[in-house]
Design a protein around this ligand. Structure first.
Ligand SMILES: Cc1cc2nc3c(=O)[nH]c(=O)nc-3n(C[C@H](O)[C@H](O)[C@H](O)COP(=O)(O)OP(=O)(O)OC[C@H]3O[C@@H](n4cnc5c(N)ncnc54)[C@H](O)[C@@H]3O)c2cc1C
Length: 386
């Protein structure tokens, strides 16, 4: 019988989203051999609003040498906006300025560009689906036969990949799945040429979350996401249709709604904690680790940040025999502190309100909300030193 193929490298990265590509590129730039396995290398867009905060642009410029101008030159930018509209529920909206501006990328093209950048830095990018991950031996079993083995593994395969499983197993059964869900519709720009050129946020649509309408030159994205019981998510298609009607969008064509779990950080159902971010030879990054902002659902920044931190921790482990997990956790302390702070504030932000409460919320947002948005947008200076 022919022996299943075994490929080895210093580091095997599973998943070629922003977390995986950032980690792989940073390790390859330090001279380590890296295999990046992505189950789908070509084709289409990715389910995401593509909204990049100012702190993401700063990280891209400072750590990845990628400026907004470079994103534009590569055709990755869908829109840049210096204002946003805010509404409580589907009520009246008001506009706020945002400086620096919000950037919107086409996620399919953005991810493909980042993977190509990894390849140019020497990463072996391969189309392969991981089936099973063994943190103690550093071995990954692939669909269709074959194995990958690394001195270290990086799980960057999102919420549904196999990397999360060995670590989620420490949680009680009903806490292993993310507790939030998001649904999004794509509206091609030609179908709605007069659609807005700036983003809208609809607070508490659905209850415990928010809805959005994001601009773009090729398409607009309307979506909503929130926490709650899976039974409440069955109402999301109807809520999204209401939202589309409210903004005057053309009726969605069948099959345009796509949904996914969102691993909001700080999930604490029945008092249990989030999954650990590593075990033995395996470090988790991005969505696989649950690094998504507990209030905004922003994940791209934390994917890049954790990918970078994991790469630095593994590089130190490969050269100095340091414990990568300890170093990784320390480098993410600022992010965890921010997640803990916002998780505490979250229950106040989503209280169910009557008409008077909604008016007060709107007034309070006009007074202080913009500074909350700016704080999230710009972020604390927690990009760790090298
Ligand atoms: C509807 C929606 C809208 C969102 N909008 C925004 C937004 O506007 N701004 C923002 O910052 N965040 C947003 N997020 C969150 C953001 O998309 C994620 O946090 C981000 O993509 C995480 O990046 P990642 O690299 O960790 O994971 P992913 O981008 O999910 O990448 C994981 C990769 O792993 C691959 N993979 C999966 N399983 C396997 C396997 N078995 N073997 C090999 N490869 C595998 C996948 O194909 C994928 O390419 C949104 C999320 C949703 C659901």
């Amino acid at each position: 019988m022919e022996e299943a193929a075994f490929r080895e490298a210093d580091v095997v990265v599973l998943g070629g989203g922003p977390a995986g590509s950032t980690c792989a590129s940073a390790l390859a730039a330090c001279g380590f051999s890296v295999i990046l396995a992505e189950r789908r290398l070509s084709g289409g867009d990715k389910l995401c609003g593509g909204c990049l905060s100012a702190k993401t642009l700063r990280l891209l410029a400072e750590e990845l040498d990628l400026s907004a101008a470079a994103l534009a030159a590569e055709g990755l930018l869908e829109a840049v906006s210096e204002r946003f509209a805010f509404a409580y529920g589907l009520g009246d909206s008001f506009e706020e300025r945002i400086d620096p501006p919000l950037h919107f990328v086409h996620r399919g093209r953005y991810d493909a560009f980042l993977r190509e950048r990894s390849r140019r830095l020497g990463v072996v990018v391969t189309e392969a689906t991981a089936l099973h991950v063994d943190p103690s031996s550093g071995t990954v079993r692939l669909a269709g036969g074959g194995f990958l083995r690394g001195r270290f593994l990086v799980g960057a395969d999102g919420t549904q990949g196999p990397s999360r499983k060995p670590l989620a197993a420490v949680l009680p059964e009903d806490n292993r799945r993310p507790s939030a869900f998001a649904l999004q519709a794509v509206i091609p720009r030609p179908a709605w040429p007069e659609g807005p050129d700036h983003p809208f946020l609809f607070w508490n649509i659905p209850p415990g979350g928010y809805g959005w309408l994001f601009p773009g030159r090729t398409r607009l994205l309307a979506g909503l996401g929130g926490e709650g019981k899976p039974s409440s998510w069955s109402r999301y298609p109807a809520l999204l249709r209401d939202l589309l009607r409210r903004v005057g969008a053309p009726p969605p064509t069948p099959g345009t709604f796509r949904g996914a779990f969102v691993p909001l950080a700080g999930e604490r159902r029945k008092g249990s904690l989030q999954i650990p971010s590593g075990k033995e030879r395996l470090l988790l990054v991005g969505d696989a680790a649950g690094f998504v902002h507990p209030v905004t659902g922003e994940g791209v920044f934390y994917a890049h940040l954790s990918g970078l931190c994991a790469a630095r921790s593994i590089a130190a482990a490969l050269t100095e025999r340091a414990n990568p997990l300890e170093r990784y956790e320390t480098s993410l302390a600022g992010m965890h502190a921010e997640f803990a702070r916002t998780t505490r504030a979250k229950c106040w932000l989503h209280l169910p309100l009557g008409p008077l409460g909604k008016s007060l919320f709107r007034a309070a947002f006009r007074l202080g909300g913009a500074s909350f948005v700016r704080a999230v947008h710009w972020g604390a200076p927690f990009i760790p030193e090298e």
